[in-house]
Design a protein around this ligand. Sequence first.
Ligand SMILES: [Zn+2]
Length: 134
Amino acid sequence: MFDAVSECRKCGKVVSFEQYERSKFCPDCGTFLPNPRQPKCWVFQFNPITYRWFDWVGEKRNIEQWLASQHTRQIHKKDKVAIWASGDKAGFYAIGEIETNPSKKPINQEQEKYWTKSTDVCKFQEKSSVIINM
Ligand SMILES: [Zn+2]
C-alpha cells in the first residue's frame, strides 16, 4: 500500500526503505535508524457545525493543523490521513499526509477563526496536534 520509511529518532529525518537498505545510519546525523515501518492511514473527523472546514478549504488552504489527541503515540510523520465530515454532508472529503509528529502547540491564528467554539480552540493547547498537507 505505502512504502515503509524509517524515521531518525535524533533529528527526525525520514528515510525511504531503499535508502535504509543501503545504509542503516541517518544521512544527516549518523544516528542508527530504527526498523522501517509502514505508514498508517488515519481518519480525522470534524463536525461542520463546530469547525468550518469547508470554508477553510474553499480558500485553497492545503496546510492544516489537526488535533491528534487519540493514538498520539502511534501517529507519525509521513502517515496518511483521510478527512471525514460528520453530519448532513457526511463523507470523506480529502486525503493528506502528516508532516509533523504530534506535539502540543496552540492552533495557528489563520485557522483559529474557522472554529466556532472557543472550548475547541483551547483543546489545541492541552492536546497534541499535527500539521497535515492535503
Ligand atoms: Zn538524524
